[in-house]
Design a protein around this ligand. Sequence first.
Ligand code: IPM
Ligand code: MN
Length: 353
Amino acid sequence: MYKIAVIAGDGTGPEMVKEGLKVLKAVSDVKGIQFDYKQYDFGSNRYLQTGETLPDSAVSELKQFDAIYLGAIGDPRVAPGILEQGILLKLRFELDLYINLRPVKLYPGVETPLKDKGPKDIDFIVVRENTESLYIGAGGFLKKGTQDEVAMQNMIMTRKGTERCIRYAFDLTRRRNKEKKLTLCGKTNVLTYAWNLWERTFNEVAGEYKDIKTDYAHVDATTMWFVKNPEWFDVIVTDNMFGDIITDLGAMIQGGMGVAAGGNINPQGVSMFEPISGSAPKYAGKNVINPIATIMAGQMMIDFLGEHEAAALIEEAVMDTIKKMKSMSAGKMGMGTDEVGDRVAEYIKKKGK
Ligand code: IPM
Ligand code: MN
């Protein structure tokens, strides 16, 4: 029995999570895995009604679960930053979810904007550090509001934070067993303190992983290779900021925000899984949003919980469903949000017996 905290969130979050839970119900039926869900209402409505984003008590409560399943957070009625920092980033920091794992995998039948590239070319994983760098919120203003104003936003890297992320990436590269190649994505030529620490740590840890090939690419060049030669990548490790940016590009080459899922992972604690898209409020309640990313977040979640067979079955079901969808974009799928979930669930029930 797995205890799962569900935060459906804002906008299209609840619709997408509904399909994700439908799919998990199907694997639960055929594989005999039990889930015990508890829903939490963190998000814009609760904030607008109570002024509360994420109470401290919730953080300790969430630590009691086996995993957290998140839809999306964000609402145009709330000023940018409040919900992102108050809920999403707070969870990442307080639960020490120090890895943000973002697979970039193009499934057969999904359209990529990259000409002449297909599923065999686009299949890599980005390991994004998730608790440090520019996201830490260190900085401030001097002489705010004057012509002499100074704003500082500090890129803070720690040896411990860097090393645990790099070690995770090496272990993952070994487990994944594809090309056994790990690329460090940074900016050693300009950010000579922060990225020098990463580079030294990376090279030191590499000494313990002689079976893993290592490579380095500056972040700007990385974006170029994503478009020109995505087949060069197996696993990429990078910091929070660069990881945020390159994984949006990664999502686009794998078919868009409708398919990209991610895991916020604390290998020693509770982890949280989410579609990497936002809440897409303009599509809310219309049954047009693509739930595949959220379904795949659920897939990553159970894989992480150790249910590898059930996870493989969900992926197979998703791949089969994708073939029948006209597009991965909201409103253009040729079927409704609920029908996508139905098809994935039906496949699982048929094949999983
Ligand atoms: C992401 C998002 C978040 C981030 C925002 C919503 C704070 O863009 O998960 O990539 O920047 O990390
Ligand atoms: Mn992002």
